[in-house]
Design a protein around this ligand. Structure first.
Ligand code: COI
Length: 360
């Protein structure tokens, strides 16, 4: 595979870019992006180009059959000249599994890292540097072959865009149990990071937001009794002295942050229980005080406390503790992610900054 091209306008876009005062999450766009295409069994040379619209045929399967997969990862640069990624190989492995689940041609690992490193390397100087801030990196793969035959595309486009960002949720979240709909079907694409799962969640999530909740809490598609996840986040609860989280199944997205928290918790001697979590049990345990704390985690969310769980019947459940163990885990995780603490697991990797050649 050849090295990527740097298109006209890249250096100018970077030089003209100013970080706004207020970043939010996923709102500010990095001024450059990476793109490579797949057709006739081959990947094209990749290119780094100014951020902007792309052309896609209106009949492309991505637009009709939701033939797309993506990842969410972060680059940090807190008090350091060089950016670093967190567990990037795990994001690659998940994107590969997601693509395979949708019968798409997976992006080869060297191409994935060429793209991510190109965007992060180019954006090094514009990564916000306060703790909790980062460059949110969004690799995605879309099926571009037009046609209504229900099969995977023979052509695809792989891109990486990025957003200088704050933490996703500010303050304790209010979550609403979704009793009618499900986010993912048994045997469906719930374990893949694909837009289809988010599409299935949009009505429930929109309703939750309209009722002044932050996000919907999804139950399993079969019994509708067990907690699965929040859209884009996994859930933990402190029950007695133990940390509980739903065991992974074929409709829960296996979060990289979820896995990291389990490792950090166990490393400090906490008991972590991964098993089916009936929502009725959790609500009872919150009411009788057995469950003291509930929190969510994800790449975007990091570790976010949950202050209220609302049910469809209008009842609200409030754990006694907000941000107790969650704060401990968030601080430990962020310290490793931001390279302020030793990284015993080898989770972080540096990205060489992309420097403008003198001749340009
Ligand atoms: C992520 O955490 O990376 C996600 O994709 C979640 C999304 C809701 C922003």
């Amino acid at each position: 595979m050849a090295d990527y091209m740097i298109r006209d306008g890249v250096w100018k876009s970077l030089a003209n870019f100013r970080l706004p005062e207020s970043l939010g999450f996923g709102i500010v766009l990095a001024p450059v992006m990476y793109s490579a295409t797949y057709s006739e069994g081959q990947w094209s040379q990749g290119e780094l180009l100014p951020y902007g619209p792309i052309e896609i045929l209106p009949g492309a399967r991505a637009l009709h059959f939701a033939e797309q997969v993506f990842e969410g990862m972060k680059a940090y640069r807190v008090g350091r000249p060089v950016a670093n990624l967190f567990r990037a190989r795990d994001n690659y492995a998940r994107m590969r599994r997601s693509a395979e689940r949708l019968a798409m041609h997976p992006v080869p690992e060297p191409l994935f890292f060429e793209a991510v490193n190109a965007v992060v390397g180019a954006c090094t100087e514009i990564i916000p540097g306060k703790t909790g801030q980062s460059l949110y990196v969004r690799p995605f793969l879309i099926g571009t072959e037009p046609g209504y035959a229900v099969r995977a595309s023979h052509s695809a486009r792989f891109m990486v865009i990025a957003n200088p960002s704050e933490i996703y949720a500010t303050g304790p979240m209010k979550v609403l149990i979704e009793r009618e709909q499900v986010r993912a079907a048994a045997g469906g694409v719930g374990t893949a990071k694909t837009g289809a799962n988010y599409a299935a969640s949009l009505l429930g999530s929109t309703r939750a937001v309209e009722h002044d909740y932050t996000v919907a809490l999804w139950l399993d598609p079969t019994s509708r009794e067990n907690i699965e996840e929040l859209s884009g986040m996994n859930l933990f609860a402190v029950i007695g002295d133990e940390l509980h989280t739903p065991v992974l199944n074929d409709s829960i997205l296996p979060g990289v942050t979820r896995d990291s928290l389990i490792m950090l918790a166990r490393a400090q001697g906490w008991t972590v229980i991964e098993k089916a979590m009936p929502v009725a049990d959790l609500l009872r345990q919150i009411s009788n005080g057995e469950c003291s704390e509930v929190f969510a985690c994800g790449t975007a969310a990091i570790v976010s406390p949950i202050g209220v769980i609302g049910d469809a019947d209008g009842r609200r459940y409030q754990p006694n503790t907000i941000d107790g163990r969650a704060r401990i885990l968030r601080e430990q995780l962020l310290a490793i992610q931001e390279r302020r603490a030793p990284d015993p697991y080898g989770w972080t990797t540096e990205v060489v900054p992309l420097v403008k050649p003198r001749s340009q």
